[in-house]
Ligand binder design. Sequence first.
Ligand code: PHB
Ligand code: FE
Length: 328
Amino acid sequence: MTTTEEQAVQATEPNEHGYRSYTLGEFSFGRDEHFAHIEWPTGRHVMAVEPFLKALMRDIAWNFFYGTVNFDSVIGTINHYGNVDLFAGRFNEDYRKAEIDHLENFPHEEIKATFEAMLGDWVNDSFDPFAAPQETGSAYGDKNGDNTAAVTRTRVTAQRMVGLPEDEPLRSDESGYPVNRMFADVDQGEPEVRVEPGYEKEVAAFSLFKYLSRSDVTWNPSVISVCKDSLYCPTTEEFILPIIHGNDRVEWFIQLSDEIIWEVADRETGRPRANVIMKAGDCAAMPADIRHQGFSPKRSMLLVWENNSAALPGMIARGETPNVPVTF
Ligand code: PHB
Ligand code: FE
C-alpha cells in the first residue's frame, strides 16, 4: 500500500516488470510490458498499454470531461461533476446482454488520485502520452524511469489575454514552443490593430493560427475564450483521438485547417450512425446522444465549442431540450 498526501491509493509492490497494480473498489488494474489488464467481479479486459495511457492522460487532464470518456468499447468513465462512474461494458450492447458489465461510483478526488498514481507509475521516461506518434518514444517495455514533466503538464495560461503586452512572450520564440513541423506553412503574421491613444494596454488582437502552430500536444482542447457558458476550445490534432467521447450535451466543431474524419456512433450501443469528413472551414454539431472519435491524417487545427452550463445534462436526460441544435 502506498499513500498520496490527500487520498489513500491502493497499490501493490512492483511486479516483475517494475509496475505496481492498483485497485479501485472492485476494479483492479495491472500492467506488463505490452498491456493494461483490467479486472472486475464479472469479467476481465486487456488493452494495449499505449492507447490505455493516452486515454488515461486525457481523462485526468480534463477532469473526466463532459459526459462519457470511453477508453475503448469496454472501459471508461462517466462524469457526474463531483463524483465519477468507472465502468466496464456499460456502453457495450453485448456486455449488457451477457450481464457481465460493471459500474461503480467514486468521489472525484478518489478516482483522480488513483488514476494519477497509475499514470505516473506506468509512463516511462521515453513516452509522452500527449504527443503525436512521431514526436514521442515508446510506451512499451519494462519500467524505465518516469516522465513526470509530461504527465503533470498543465495548460499555458495568459496573464490577461494573448496579444496584450504582458502576454507578448506567449506568441514568440520566447514561449519555448517552436512552430510545429507540420505547421511550418502557417502564416506568422499578426493582425494590424490601430488603438485609440490611451487604450494601448487594453485593446489587442492576435492570430489564432500562428498561436496554435506552436502547440506541442495533440487532442487536448484548451479554453481560449469564455463568454458566460460559451467556451471556445481550440486544439491541434494528429493521428487518433485517444478516447471515444460520449456526449451529454450538443457540441460544435469548426475545422480550422486540414481534415478530420469522425466516426459517430450511438452513445448507448456503439452502433455506427455516421462518418463525417470535415475539411477546413466546415462546421458540424455533434448530437447529445452519440459517441464519436476523430482521425486526423495530418496535424490539423480544430475549434471545439462547448456549452458549459451545468443544467444541460439534466435537461437533456429529462427530454426538456432536444439532442440536436437544429431540426431540418
Ligand atoms: C471531443 O470529444 O469532442 C474532442 C475531444 C478532444 C479533442 C477534440 C474533440 O481534441
Ligand atoms: Fe466530443
